[in-house]
Design a protein around this ligand. Structure first.
Ligand code: ADP
Length: 495
């Protein structure tokens, strides 16, 4: 079923990509790879090559680790907390001063609508400000031991050293912000690897950090393929911690690679998050919320509300509304004014998402909206709503990471909790009801790191973000997001 207009073939030409760094950032300079390797960066709205960026091999990773170690010992860990905070704050100001340019880079590179890119970058600036403030609030404790004798005992909270941070392509700049801000606030130095599909905004971030006064070598940025550059960072004995956001499959590889020096690991992985609408909900708000939960950012969102459960009395009405919303979305290049749903990030992602849709339809699902690729140029997919899906269908169980919603009716809350929790993931969940008790009972019952009540996907720099079960290890954002970048030292003095 083809439900959206098909403007992509004759769409206006993409705006020009702003100039910016294309090398590896090592030791405060953008440089070529040691072996001169480069890779192409594509515009997902057209499939055309927009830029060539350097690709880091083992030799570059080794050099970046040495540089980051020197910068840690020689400079950054001893910079005062206030001075660290000021650099982070200055960086946030620079992000805002360059908001239009950054949003254009992100929209061209990732495909997302300009308005969404602007929103991501505003949020990123706030994350830098939150952790700018946190830098001056990292304290140990004095402790009174019970063992006989006069003691003076206290704890210190110290940075780990060199941290590797590997990020995905769905929120290129925002994922960099979530990782870099707490690590720098805590006094660590960094090797950041952007996703190979979307390196451009992270490189511009590196340039802005130098302008903000970050000492050379504190933040190093290494583009490249996961299997080469990412694996070299994850397996490096000179890296003290790895922070990863991406697929569960790659998360497992990172865990294995980290065993060599038993580096610390935090993971933010996938989800297949249930969004639950009870019959007593504000149905207009729930319908709009359920649509935004799966269609914003093309559904390429780890917390996407990708499984919709609606109480049976109102199932047809709510689903009709969600399908109308899907059909009404303006699909087109992210840089076109008015676009609400951009292309998927890559040709691989296009194949993956359409493959899931076809698999669902073959298995007996019915598409209330969408159900196919959109247009024949670029990587667009129709916003899709599937009903009549069985609980064990792949479209219900596996993360699709695209604008594809599966919906099932439920009768009573007990069945609902069982079905909503019947997943290996546990990242987020939504609950829509006017009944306070029901809402909080569901919040307690749902196995997810974040539960949204009468809203979906509301995130904030102060609120911990992370997963239960196979959705990850550890939390980002909030005070919890700083902890993985610190280690506690106990100091005991016999007086
Ligand atoms: P996707 O399959 O959607 O691209 P991934 O989880 O593989 O998602 O990618 C997220 C990030 O992990 C990217 O920066 C990617 O380059 C990186 N990556 C992929 N494979 C590995 C690996 N074996 N080791 C380290 N990083 C990897």
């Amino acid at each position: 079923m083809s439900t959206t207009e098909q403007p992509t073939t004759d769409a206006a030409p993409s705006p020009a990509l702003p100039d910016g760094p294309r090398g590896l950032l090592i030791g405060g300079e953008f440089v070529d790879a040691a072996d001169g390797a480069t890779m192409a960066v594509h515009n997902p709205a057209t499939g055309e090559v927009m830029a060539e960026v350097a690709v880091a091999g083992q030799e570059d990773v080794d050099r970046a680790v040495r540089v980051a170690r020197d910068a840690f010992v020689g400079a950054w860990r001893d910079v005062t907390p206030s001075a660290r905070g000021k650099i982070l704050w200055r960086l946030a100001d620079l992000l805002e001063e360059n908001a239009d340019e950054l949003a254009l880079i992100e929209s061209l590179d990732n495909g997302k609508p300009l308005a969404e890119a602007r929103g991501d970058h505003g949020f990123s600036a706030e994350v830098f400000r939150y952790y700018a403030g946190a830098a001056t609030k990292i304290d140990g404790r004095t402790v009174t031991p019970s063992a006989p004798g006069p003691w003076h005992a206290y704890t210190r909270r110290e940075p780990l050293g060199v941290v590797g941070q590997i990020i995905p392509w769905n929120f290129p700049l925002m994922m960099a912000a979530w990782k870099v801000a707490p690590a720098l606030a805590a006094g660590n130095t960094i090797l950041l690897k952007p996703a190979e599909q979307t390196p451009l905004s992270a490189l511009r971030l590196g340039e802005l950090f130098l302008e903000a006064g970050l000492p050379p070598g504190v933040l190093n940025i290494l583009n490249g393929d996961g299997a080469v550059t990412g694996a070299a960072i994850a397996g490096h004995d000179g890296v003290d911690k790895i922070a990863f956001t991406g697929s569960a499959e790659t998360g497992r590889k990172i865990v294995h690679a980290a065993t060599g020096n038993l580096k610390k690991v935090t993971l933010e992985l996938g989800g297949k998050s249930p969004n639950v609408v009870f019959a007593d909900a504000d149905l207009e708000a729930a319908t709009a919320g359920a649509s935004a939960a799966i269609f914003s950012h093309m559904g390429e969102v780890c917390i996407a509300g990708s499984r919709l459960y609606v109480q049976e009395d109102v199932f047809d009405d709510v689903l009709a509304g969600v399908a109308d919303n899907a059909r009404a979305l303006k699909v087109g290049p992210g840089t076109d004014p008015g676009t609400q749903l951009g292309p998927l990030v890559s040709v691989e992602q296009l194949a993956r998402v359409t493959g899931y849709i076809e698999d669902g339809l073959r298995g007996g699902a019915r598409a209330l909206a969408g159900g196919a690729r959109h247009g024949d140029r670029g990587y667009f997919v129709e916003p899709t709503v599937l009903v009549d899906v069985e609980p064990d269908a792949r479209v219900v169980r596996e993360e699709i990471f695209g604008p594809v919603l599966v919906a099932r009716p439920f009768k009573d809350p007990e069945d609902l909790a069982r079905e909503a929790n019947d997943t290996r993931y546990g990242l987020a969940a939504g609950v829509w009801t006017k009944d306070l008790s029901k809402a909080h009972r569901a919040a307690a019952e749902l196995q997810a790191g974040m539960v949204f009540i009468n809203t979906y996907g509301a995130i904030d720099p102060s609120l911990p973000f992370g997963g239960y079960k196979e959705s990850g290890w550890g939390r980002e954002l909030g005070p919890d997001g700083l902890d993985p970048y610190l280690q506690t030292k106990t100091v005991v003095v016999a007086l």
